[in-house]
Design a protein around this ligand. Sequence first.
Ligand SMILES: [Zn+2]
Length: 239
Amino acid sequence: MTERRMLHAARNAARTAVLDAWAVVMPTDCSGCGTPDRALCAACLCALRAAPRAAYRDDLAVWSALDYSGVVGRVLVAYKDGGRTDAAPALAAALREAVAAALTAAAPADPTQITGGIVLVTVPSSRRAWRVRGFHPVDLLLRRAGLRGRRLLRPSGSVADQVGLGRQQRLDNRSGSLVASRPLAGSRILLVDDIVTTGATLLEAARAIRQAGGEVVGAATVAETRRLHPDTHRSRKSD
Ligand SMILES: [Zn+2]
């Protein structure tokens, strides 16, 4: 064994020992695959590497970093609803890539400033979700990514649970459910959310922003259900 290899092996052994010791203090398993005693294993970290892509929900360009399936789906659910905030750094890195891609598409003239005068706005959690989780998953990811999300939208009434509803039912259910908390004339806004499926939530957020006089330049999410919505991708060149 060469000296370099021995050093590498020793480092790996030390790292494993540290992880094992940590697992005794805080027993856990990989939230992506269940490998014991690891927060996120190397293979699942790899699956969380961002590959930003734009999809459309009506006229709204939504940039998502990841495909919401397999490891990505399990890690996101564990982060949002399983208290697995140890996944926040990896998810935040992915969201940052999606935000950067959306901003580049929206403001190509000003690539030096990451927000370039565009305000990042997150979609509010339902009261129930807030009660259960005690934190806002997207706000936390933006903070981890070194970005600032503003809460310029609030629920305007009660909304039934979206689970089990089809696209049109979701749109009907959400319509009028959000309202801007102040006039937004002159504001350019990028909506930020965790997952886009039918797009009902983001489209309602966009409607509420426009109603208050704001301009919506697009949206960015951590993940998208790409398999379920294969027809929403189109080349930006053909726009
Ligand atoms: Zn794993």
